[in-house]
Design a protein around this ligand. Sequence first.
Ligand SMILES: Cc1cc2nc3c(=O)[nH]c(=O)nc-3n(C[C@H](O)[C@H](O)[C@H](O)COP(=O)(O)OP(=O)(O)OC[C@H]3O[C@@H](n4cnc5c(N)ncnc54)[C@H](O)[C@@H]3O)c2cc1C
Length: 310
Amino acid sequence: MAPPPTEYPAPPDLARDVPLASFTTIRVGGTADAVSTARSFAGVVASLAWARERGVPVAVVGRGSNLIVSDDGFRGMVLRLAGRLTSISVRGATTLWCGGGASLPRAVQRAAAAGMEGLEFGASIPGTVGGAVAMNAGAYRSELVDVLDWAVLCSADGRRRVGPADLDMTYRHTSVRHDEVVAAAGLRLRRGDPDAIAARLAEWRGQRRATQPQGVRTFGSVFTNPAGDHAGRLLERAGCKGLAVGGARFSPVHANFIEASKEATAADVVALMAEGRRRVRDAGGPVLHAEVRYLDPERGITRPPLPEIA
Ligand SMILES: Cc1cc2nc3c(=O)[nH]c(=O)nc-3n(C[C@H](O)[C@H](O)[C@H](O)COP(=O)(O)OP(=O)(O)OC[C@H]3O[C@@H](n4cnc5c(N)ncnc54)[C@H](O)[C@@H]3O)c2cc1C
């Protein structure tokens, strides 16, 4: 039977059966049925509309630096940003225009080179600007919400410009839906002394090198910090540092990081998360909540499938 006529043409560069592991920093997981790469706001909207019209689930993937892809891959379309939507430009004395697919560390460099301060906290957050907005990523007591002026959100219905107050941005949370794309963002920074900015960047990078695993397959924080405590401290206290399941282990350097070997699977990573969470609870700690997102074969972007614990 011929497929139903569609209003929207298939995205021009739709690739089929694409392995996703290399789209993520932990490098596990299976194959997506389709990957679409959009280079403009109109391209993002058209891809989303095409998928919606056909009932194809969509998952937006940036640098995959806080994402576990299921071993069974994804029965839908992964959407990535490219071209102009990865660019960064200085606008006036204090504004940085960033495509949603632009590298956050590169945006930090660009701001520093232009004598703008306020974004240094992002230097070691290896994601995209769109991913950082969607996650309200942060470090050193600053978060994206502190610098976000506006964002362009695209959905299958079109695009709209929103401000931080529209996005309900709290600790590692926003109201950006999984079928919406942060296609661009304007960051409002401050004029700063280039030497002071460079010194801060060097200091914070040095701190990272001293306290977090380097040169390993990882996705950053596994769990969010519960109020008044640190997930890393709780995991360490529960004896999780170095604990392994299959090819995944809690980092001996920082317990709230998981390191994956070349043989690791997504199932290993999720089973290790479940074990760490159970041990923290058994040691009298709180129930930890995943910070990392999970790409489920059928449901798209969701939380990792951890068993309920009381
Ligand atoms: C070594 C290391 C250190 C890290 N340190 C930190 C840290 O200090 N602080 C911190 O907050 N995080 C940290 N992270 C985690 C991660 O870098 C951030 O969460 C980052 O913001 C994720 O961006 P991404 O582009 O990689 O998103 P992805 O991992 O690709 O996706 C994460 C989520 O964002 C969504 N998303 C991605 N792009 C878009 C978009 N354009 N529009 C809408 N939704 C989108 C995805 O659908 C998914 O739900 C670290 C990760 C690593 C590997």
